[in-house]
Design a protein around this ligand. Sequence first.
Ligand SMILES: Cc1ncc(COP(=O)(O)O)c(C=O)c1O
Length: 480
Amino acid sequence: MTTATVSPNTAVRLQSAAGHDTAALFSERLAVAGRPLSAVTGAEIQAPLIQGGHVRYANLDYGASAPALSVVSAYLNEILPFYASVHRGAGYASQISTSVYENARNIVRDFVGGRAGDSVIFTRNTTDSLNLLAGCLPTVDGRPAGDVLYLDIEHHANLLPWQGVPHRSVVAADTLAGTVEALRAELEQGGVSLLAVTGASNVTGEILPIRALAALAHEHGARIVVDAAQLAPHRRINISADDVDYLAFSGHKLYAPFGAGVLVGRPDWLDAGTPHLAGGGAVREARLDGVSWATGPARHEGGSPNVLGAATLARATQVIAALDPDRWHAHESAIRSFLVEGLHKIDGVTVHQIFQDTDPDTDTIGVVNFSVEGYDAGLVAAYLSAEHGVGLRDGRFCAHPLLKRLGLPSGSLRASFGLGSRLEDAQRLLAGIEELRRTGLGWDYVVDSGRWVPANDTRTYPDWAPNTPGTAGAAPCTDD
Ligand SMILES: Cc1ncc(COP(=O)(O)O)c(C=O)c1O
């Protein structure tokens, strides 16, 4: 087995392989995006190639789950010896764990510019946070006080929780301006208690104007919740300045993949709502035939909390808060524009976006959605992984209504990147797609358990990984 490790020279080789124009685009951007902006754990892992050899894994799947920041991994190791029960012990380690957990709330509140009284509730992830909020919608005389309003471009996490309560949906227009007007028209009908909107599309990376939408919701007597699963890892958010009532995001997309998410927002609905997890810690007093529930975060955090998840999520927010905004933007924008310009140059490749008036530089996070004519998205993803060591997401991205609207009922491809990414990752993707268009697949592929996989795959996983390639099963939200 030969090993092709990636050295600085590899970038130069790839540069010349991709043609003069691309080489110029590449070198223009090297200074700002040639290296990661922040170190991440696993940045140098080697991926086995189907034809033999290994290559540095080009992780272009940050939008699904981002790698841990090295600072966060180090912090986890630092606090792990002190891991103990939270809120449940007088021992030294319990006291430290409790302090770390409670302090994590303050750190996260500061990170999002929370108001002094805002609740910070730790959950499992964004999906959990939005389901929690769905159980806290206000009532009048025991009946829902209004509808939840949402767009058709949402991730299922910001769509399905609202289908269990009175709701209305609005079809986004083909411009951002038109979409704001469509929401205004629906809000003017009255009877909306909550506008639920994504901060940035997980499909195309386009950013929604949350400050304007918050103002619009409030003008019409509604509140707003922002699904910041994608936005928080890419842009600073200030819920006080933007007047956002509720914000949800996930640690695993924010460089802290240790099982915690968060819901931040106004306490009144949350203190009156249905406890999200009935159990220990969520009560003031429990009787055999009844209970009086706690208020504050405890009401919704029944059971032993995920202290390591919350602590590492908070640590990641500190790293992000300390980034220089200009360097952060320049790094992400250089990779994105290089990738988009490169994809546009390849015959048969289409880059997808929802809105015609999106400014790609300011209104789009590090997410690029595309398809390759003549190839199923899942097949392209399998090819890029097996023959180029590139990891990206294919399918319908848990946003079925949007994919249908974009004319992509069987899915597309999504490259997403962030703090640990480098220009060469995008270059590897472009080189792979160019090769696919020029010479086709270099291996046979078959469908196994609903996913394309290389035929006769002899690549192995590390000894400690229980699965072998091809047995992972279908990606979520891909089946019809
Ligand atoms: C915009 C958006 N919202 C919500 C979610 C759900 O996040 P989680 O799986 O962490 O609950 C995702 C995940 O991809 C997302 O991209």
